[in-house]
Design a protein around this ligand. Structure first.
Ligand code: DGL
Length: 277
């Protein structure tokens, strides 16, 4: 990684492995930059934790990535974006790093999805934390007040994925049960957001159980397009990003365990480093 005093990688943060689905799409879209991925696997999942705890954990991760020099951080986690991003942007950033930026993934998703739904009934599948926060309802109605947003929390999906069980036969029961609950709550839904960065890893099974004709929105491409647009509009940040096309992977858990799971998700071998926040 060709870092110097002026340029450093883009930080990408998630509670665990899910942010890799976003990182992968960002790298396809913007391959020239360096990236520093941080998964807080030791404390994942975040989805059922309280607001205060998620805020504290996310702030620690942001401070770590700033200490590593990142001028820009993408919170590639809906739960952390829903529960910590605004406080960090408004209360912490002016003190700890006024010249750096932290961006989330909920607003770009809401912007894109309101263009894609025809019935204007939008389903949101996410962690209980993301759904309870109401962040998608708020952001979607800011884009189009006529939209009806129906959220449904899926408490078992992230633990299934984090434990390597997501695509095994035992997962079917939990996947079908949540999809049925969402579609029974509002049959007019024509667009379903996978509002948790882990969920694309369940895509084959989600497709299997979601009624035909409903479109599924994964966030990776949306976030990648939105980041490319942001960097075009913010040259003052873009010029501070290093361009060596390299990625470093850090985890708060065991590095070998992370590398083995992450390699499975990315379909290629990677190495990782254990860090303490
Ligand atoms: N992948 C994260 C999200 O997008 C959170 C998963 C978790 O830690 O519960 O919400």
């Amino acid at each position: 990684m060709k870092m110097n005093n002026f340029q450093a990688p883009i930080g990408v943060f998630d509670s665990g492995y899910g942010g890799l689905t976003i990182l992968q799409k960002i790298k396809e879209r913007l391959p020239q930059y360096d990236y520093l991925y941080l998964g807080d696997n030791a404390r994942a999942p975040y989805g059922t934790r309280s607001f205060d705890v998620i805020y504290r954990f996310t702030l620690e991760a942001v401070k770590y990535l700033f200490a590593r020099g990142c001028p820009l951080i993408i919170i590639a986690c809906n739960t952390a974006s829903a529960k910590a991003l605004r406080s960090i942007q408004q209360n912490d950033l002016p003190d700890i790093a006024p010249d750096r930026r932290v961006l989330g993934i909920i607003r770009p998703t809401a912007e894109a999805v309101t263009q894609l739904s025809k019935s204007l009934h939008i389903g949101v599948l996410g962690t209980p934390g993301t759904i309870q926060s109401g962040s998608y309802d708020i952001e979607i109605s800011k884009q189009n007040p006529q939209c009806v947003t129906v959220g449904h929390g899926c408490p078992m999906w992230v633990p299934l994925i984090e434990n390597g069980e997501g695509l095994r036969p035992g997962a079917d029961y939990f996947i079908k049960q949540e999809i049925d609950a969402l579609t029974e709550a509002d049959s007019a839904i024509d667009t379903v957001i996978l509002a948790c960065t882990h969920y694309p890893l369940l895509l084959p099974k989600i497709r299997q159980y979601l009624p035909y004709g409903k479109q599924i929105i994964c966030q990776g491409d949306i976030v990648a397009d939105s980041l490319a647009d942001y960097l075009r509009r913010h040259q003052e940040i873009d010029c501070r990003l290093s361009r060596g096309a390299e990625t470093q992977y850090c985890t708060t858990e065991n590095a070998g365990k992370f590398a083995a799971m992450a390699s499975m998700f990315l379909n290629r071998p990677i190495t990782a480093t254990t860090v303490t926040l």
